[in-house]
Design a protein around this ligand. Structure first.
Ligand code: GDP
Length: 525
């Protein structure tokens, strides 16, 4: 097959949701359709249960499990699907944000009882920043949920994206009858079941009397009224609007009952984008370019604590990746040989000989790679769009064992390269402050520093509200600002200037007082 054909058959995506909306269940059903697993229950949830909060060793174990399901490749019809798992636990939100840089589209799962929840809002923000195409799956229709029109309004309002229903539920909860596919003009009747897949019933259109026969007169009347309203209110579905990230097509179903999942998948392979062109520091790279390029979006360490080996996840963006080749590591300005690469299929990892744009390859690494690194066949370009976001909680790292300073520095550096947390080093006194999204990470860092690097640290809470990356068109003004706020100026891992703001009010005041300084909440601007 040619490079173009390989690209055309690939779909690389992630599922996002608030915990408990049904991401794991949906994943499992999709894998069943792909023939990647044989029975339900085979997919381990990468979700970190609340009761494990106090027991983070348990969490690390679960994270271990989630390596296996980090990337699930499977075939459906003639399409090679790569599903990238995203941790639902909010303490690992950074992981999820970064994974979203490696997908070409997402499916967003929403619980029809709970509607749009906070984690979905945050994840959608990341999708919006990148104009990622989103398909929405409203789940749990077998429960008494909210009115579907109300749900759609809430999505538009809270997630700032237009929606277009492509299927529509007929009743809900105990009296749930099924969905009408506006896309295929067919009726799908609901039978609660975890194994069978309903066949669509072709109807001429919504006026067909078959509809009454199947769902009853009053349901049919309601459905016709709903459809009329939909056609009146929502513009016709335009696939380009979807591909530009402006409109999210919406499907309804019940993942646990395997209902509506096949229609979702069928629509997904037709609508969702194949690997898309990507921005770099110098130019846009097309997937069809003959020369290989890709970037690292995730590093998983701790595979074996004794050997400190890590797996780096490489997203291929252009050309063909071949095992055993030398590729150019742009940041280190040197050539590396990649003899050890694995592909991810649903349940196994296997050695991969070649991989194509959209594919994810796992590379064993002994410390050369970090998140955001670009590999090419020699061209000096760097993939962009893998920003750091301001953490929420900050603590100073205090070394408790002066004999182990070197180990501590090495350990901190490596953990930061894995993206466990962010390190800020103050200009004055070189104090080191770690910032995280969830408090859990401090425990993880403390334990791993001790266990893997034999370094002992304590964390001292800091009164910091946000880390703001700063810039200015006027170097003179920037220098003046730094001079006057010296005590609050730090550098991030890439040596970028950061202003550590103590409170929202104070930040506002500082912004007002220094109009020439720009304050950014992400590291890329
Ligand atoms: P995740 O946290 O988003 O991965 O959610 P899970 O897939 O683990 O699902 C959370 C809970 O919702 C589980 O108990 C599922 O069995 C249940 N669930 C998933 N889909 C449905 C559905 O369609 N209907 C109902 N009633 N429950 C569902």
């Amino acid at each position: 097959m040619s490079l173009e054909q390989e690209i055309a058959k690939r779909r690389t995506f992630g599922i996002i949701s608030h915990p408990d909306a049904g991401k794991t269940t949906l994943t499992e059903k999709l894998l069943l359709f792909g023939g990647a697993i044989q029975k339900a229950g085979a997919v381990k949830s990468s979700k970190i249960k609340d009761h494990a909060r106090s027991d983070w060793m348990e969490i690390e174990k679960q994270r271990g499990i989630s390596v296996a399901t980090s990337v699930m490749g499977f075939n459906y019809e003639d399409v090679k699907i790569n599903l990238l798992d995203t941790p639902g636990h909010q303490d690992f939100a950074e992981d999820t944000y970064r994974t979203l840089t490696a997908v070409d589209s997402v499916i967003m799962v929403i619980d029809c009882v709970k509607g749009v929840e906070i984690q979905t809002e945050k994840l959608m923000e990341v999708c919006r920043m990148r104009s990622t195409p989103v398909i929405c799956f409203i789940n749990k229709l077998d429960r008494e949920g909210r009115d579907p029109f109300e749900l759609l309004d809430e999505i538009e309002e809270k997630l700032s994206i237009k929606v277009r229903p492509l299927s529509w539920p007929i009743s809900m909860g105990k009296t749930f009858k099924g969905v009408y596919s506006l896309y295929e003009k067919s009726l799908h009747l609901f039978t609660p079941s975890k194994t069978t897949v309903e066949e669509g019933i072709e109807v001429k259109d919504i006026t067909d009397s078959l509809v009454d026969d199947y769902v009853g007169e009053s349901n049919a009347r309601q459905l016709r009224a709903d459809i009329e309203l939909i056609e009146g209110v929502y513009p016709d579905f335009d696939v380009n609007e979807y591909l530009n990230g402006r409109v999210a097509p919406v499907f309804f179903g019940s993942a646990v009952n395997n209902f509506g999942v096949k229609e979702l998948l069928d629509a997904f392979i037709r609508l969702a984008p194949q690997p898309v062109p990507r921005e770099t520091s110098v130019r846009i790279v097309e997937p069809e370019e003959k020369k290989f390029s890709g970037f690292i979006f995730k590093i998983h360490a701790n595979m074996d604590p004794k050997h400190r080996n890590r797996i780096a996840f490489l997203r291929i963006c252009s050309g063909k990746f071949e095992r055993g080749n030398n590729y150019f590591h742009v940041r280190q300005d040197k050539s590396l040989r990649f003899s050890n690469a694995t592909a991810f299929m649903a349940q196994d990892r296997e050695t991969v000989e070649e991989a194509w744009p959209g594919d994810i390859v796992g590379i064993f690494d002994t410390g050369n790679l970090k998140i955001g690194d670009t590999l090419t066949e020699g061209e000096k370009l760097m993939y962009t769009g893998i920003p750091s976001f301001s953490p929420e909680i900050f603590k100073e790292v205090v070394n408790m064992d002066a004999m182990k300073t070197k180990q501590l520095e090495k350990g901190l550096l490596q953990l930061m390269e894995e993206g466990v947390a962010q390190l800020f080093t103050y200009e004055l006194g070189k104090r080191k402050v770690v910032g995280v999204v969830g408090a859990l990470q401090f425990e993880v860092i403390q334990f791993r520093l001790k266990n893997e690097y034999n370094a002992t640290v304590q964390f001292v809470p800091q009164n910091i509200y946000k880390a703001c990356w700063i810039s200015s068109k006027n170097p003179q003004k920037l220098a003046e600002f730094i001079e006057s706020k010296q005590r609050h100026i730090a550098r991030d891992k890439d040596d970028k200037l950061v202003f550590m703001a103590e409170s929202r009010g104070w930040l506002q005041m500082v912004q007002d007082n220094f109009p020439d300084i720009e304050f950014h909440f992400t590291s890329e601007f």
